[in-house]
Design a binder for this molecule. Structure first.
Ligand code: ADP
Ligand code: ZN
Length: 753
């Protein structure tokens, strides 16, 4: 008799326990390792989704000797298996390293899925329902203002649709957490229509791609290409860190190495930070390799992603390009994995399993005897440290191709401006340089650190800052539609006229945002063209690219933007970059703040002078002696690295140890409090000094979405022993924890609130 061993999709307290089910003869040809099946489970015999992790034969007498009857598998959900023994091992590794269920790790490797065949039909039709506005944005804004629409959810739905052109009903239900019922109500009110569509637009065909030929590599590029090719051909696991200054031609290296990989009959995965932000990068791969590429990104619908998974699995493509999760694409015969801009925070998953893409990629490459290539001008401190200690080979590129040189970088002391009586946000130096650029018909980018310039709403009478009712944070103010918005729970408030504390009506927005800066620039330079790229102007799917195209093609004088202008594009005529609001980045929020600041400021600086014209960068600050800023000015990653690594060593931070963050979350404050204390006791008892437990601490934001949170930080050596120990403790805590409490465990989190 055939037996399938399965992991069950339910948060059973018995972590990772495998259950046996009989494979009925009718399903014998369908059940196999890695497929999702439906089984009945537990006392209530509820139908549960499960994944087959092993197949076995058992004789009748073996079955009889069990003393109870095994149940049968009810249904098989997948027609293709995406998981083999190797993938199963990878899932177990992830489960171990990030303290999650093997089931959750396996799910990363499956295309987004259906619950069961019977329900999959209705899902199919829902997936292909488009939600469209029937009124213009102006009409909707008017209705919001005159209070014809009052429900916060309705407003949320409509404002989302105002900024997004191709919205499927599931994107709303899943992404915005707005129910079908609400959608129907808004439809009945006549604001939207639901339209069935057969096919989705094709991402590839939307990219207007011309074929490009490879460039004659520079000597540095040639060395890099040869070295990496050598490693790929050796068919042994190897890690390389391509440490090349911004604009040194790393992407060209990737392209030419991939060509060699394909020539060897092997396949490649290329990871880029966030597809919408790196349109130009993706475009460069498509223009070189045509439709031999599958693209996976977060804005894809379920159906589309499934299609791409099938294309990859069937061997029709040799290259997968995508964001973080593309590391799990079902590509066989991998010879090379590239992680571009490896310092980017998006390579850390923020939902369970909270994995680090680089660590997962390293394991995957080991399994495949493949080469892992990390590329950055400002590598993560941890990556550089590991490379220096023999885990990766460092390949350096110090020059830009052709006659392009690194920009000159200057700090502008804003204290001087104030002495001079300049109260504007634009320093006199920057103003002077912008003027030069306008005269020379060269382009300028002005970068605002987003955090320094978030706009809030404030009561001028009592100084109250408008806070989210569900979270312990100030809400962001959007002037264009007079909305207050919480970035943590999406709560929206409209038409604010009175202060809830003192009833005052003297309300205004705080600090400058990109909008205010735009107004200021228009006052100083009334006749110049200005574009703005920020969260407000880029909600639509291809807005980034449209703004950049316009900026480039129409030789617009100035582009203002937040962090998002620092990535993945390359505009020849940009010779001046102004950087504003860096001071808030320099404070010590957590041990990674300095690294983030250095990397961000350097990357933005690198936007200047990418072609024949030399570039200038002006950084405005009140702290011109700051070591981070000075390393940026000297264009010296190593100057920064040496200081930073010393600091980590002295104070005990990664890469010298691992941090494990435990967050206890729940609606009832007293339960959270008592549970965190219980967790502390469990963690502290008999740990035989394999790790160090710190006292429970309230995070920076103590309440999100009406849930309270308290943290415990554990510092541990990375060894199996201490991990196993922590595992035991987690099990003990989970078995006895209160039902309304959640515990989230993160290894080496990138934010410690
Ligand atoms: P990075 O990825 O290191 O920031 P890019 O690959 O974007 O750098 O290259 C910067 C610019 O130099 C691009 O415009 C690119 O087309 C150009 N470039 C790269 N390699 C060469 C080369 N060998 N010859 C001429 N131009 C090149
Ligand atoms: Zn909120």
């Amino acid at each position: 008799m055939k037996i399938a061993k399965v992991l069950i999709n339910t948060s059973v307290k018995n972590l990772n326990k495998v259950y046996d089910y009989i494979v009925p003869t009718t399903l014998e040809n369908e059940v196999e390792l890695g497929k999702r099946v439906v089984v009945s489970f537990g006392k209530g015999r509820a139908s549960e989704e499960a994944i087959v992790v092993k197949m076995e034969e058992k004789t009748d007498s073996e079955l009889a000797s069990l003393g109870y009857r095994l149940k049968e598998i009810i249904e098989v959900l997948d027609d293709i298996s995406y998981i083999d023994e190797e993938r199963l091992k990878l899932a177990k590794y992830i489960s171990f390293l990030y303290f999650c269920n093997v089931y959750d790790a396996l799910k990363l490797m499956l295309p987004p899925g259906t619950k069961s065949k019977s329900s999959s039909k209705s899902l199919q039709t829902k997936q292909n329902t488009l939600v469209k506005l029937t009124k213009t944005s102006e009409e909707i804004m008017e209705d919001i203002e005159n209070e014809s629409i009052t429900s916060a959810k309705h407003i949320k739905l409509l404002t989302f649709l105002m900024y997004n052109d191709y919205v499927l009903i599931n994107d709303i239900i899943d992404g915005l957490e707005i129910s079908r019922q609400i959608i129907t109500t808004v439809e009945k009110k006549g604001y939207i229509t639901l339209e069935k569509v057969d096919q989705e637009p094709d991402f590839l065909s939307e990219l207007h791609v011309e074929r490009t030929e490879k460039k004659e590599p520079t000597p540095e590029q040639e060395y890099a290409i040869d070295k990496i090719t050598e490693y790929v051909e050796a068919e042994e696991y190897k890690q390389c860190l391509l440490f090349g200054v911004t604009g040194s031609g790393k992407t060209e290296v990737y392209l030419q190495v991939i060509e060699k990989v394909l020539a060897k009959g092997k396949n490649a995965i290329v990871l880029v930070p966030e597809i919408s932000l790196t349109y130009q990068t993706v475009n460069r791969f498509v223009s070189r390799f045509g439709n031999n590429i599958a693209i996976l990104h977060s804005r894809m619908t379920v159906a589309k992603r499934k299609e791409e998974y099938k294309r990859i699995k069937s061997g029709k493509v040799n290259i997968v390009v995508g964001a973080r999760s593309a590391i799990f694409a079902p590509l066989d015969n991998i010879g090379l994995v590239i992680i571009d801009e490896e310092h980017d925070g998006s390579y850390y998953s923020q939902t369970t399993p909270k994995y680090s893409t680089k660590e997962v990629a390293a394991y995957l490459c080991k399994q495949n005897n493949a080469t892992l290539l990390l590329g950055s001008a400002t590598p993560e401190i941890t990556s550089y440290y590991k490379a220096q200690n023999g885990i990766a080979e460092i390949i350096t590129m110090e020059n830009r191709p052709g006659i392009a040189i690194m920009p000159s970088i200057e700090l502008v002391n804003m204290k001087h401006d104030r002495v001079m009586g300049n109260v504007s946000n634009i320093s006199l130096r920057l103003k002077e340089e912008i003027e030069k650029n306008i005269q020379n018909k060269e382009q300028t980018m002005i970068f605002l650190n987003r955090r320094g310039y978030l706009s809030y709403l404030r009561c001028n009478d009592c100084s109250y800052i408008f806070k989210c009712p569900n979270c312990d944070v100030a809400m962001t103010y959007h002037k264009t539609n007079n909305l207050l918005h919480c970035h943590y729970c999406s709560h929206v408030e409209r038409n604010i006229k009175k202060c809830p504390i003192c009833n005052g009506e003297n309300i205004s927005s705080t600090t400058i945002g990109t909008q205010r800066l735009e107004e200021e620039l228009k006052e100083i330079f009334p006749s110049v063209s200005i574009l703005r790229m920020d969260a407000d102007t880029t909600i639509t799917k291809d807005a980034h690219q449209k703004i950049l195209d316009k900026f480039r093609n129409e030789n617009i004088n100035i582009l203002i933007g937040t962090q998002m202008i620092s990535k993945g594009h390359d505009i020849e005529n940009v010779t001046l970059v102004g950087i504003l609001g860096v001071d808030t980045m320099l404070g010590m929020e957590d041990y990674l703040s300095s690294e983030r600041a250095f990397s961000n400021i350097s990357q933005v600086s690198g936007r200047a002078g990418r072609a024949s014209l030399p570039g200038r960068v002006l950084i405005q600050t009140n702290d011109p002696d700051n070591y981070i800023l000075n390393a940026v000015v000297h264009n010296s990653y190593l100057e920064f690295y040496e200081k930073e690594i010393e600091y980590r060593k002295i104070f005990g931070y990664p890469p010298f140890i691992d941090i494990v963050l435990f967050e206890v979350v729940g609606r009832n404050f007293y339960n959270v409090k008592s549970e965190i204390e219980r967790l502390y006791t469990i963690l502290s008892s008999e740990n035989s000094n394999t790790y160090k437990v710190f006292n429970p601490k309230a995070p920076f934001i103590q309440k999100i979405n009406n849930k309270y949170r308290v943290n415990i930080i554990v510092k541990t050596n990375l060894n199996t022993n201490s991990y196993n120990k922590l595992y035991e403790k987690i099990k003990i805590f989970n078995k006895t924890k209160k039902n309304d409490i959640n515990m989230i465990v993160t290894r080496n989190p990138i934010f410690i609130g």
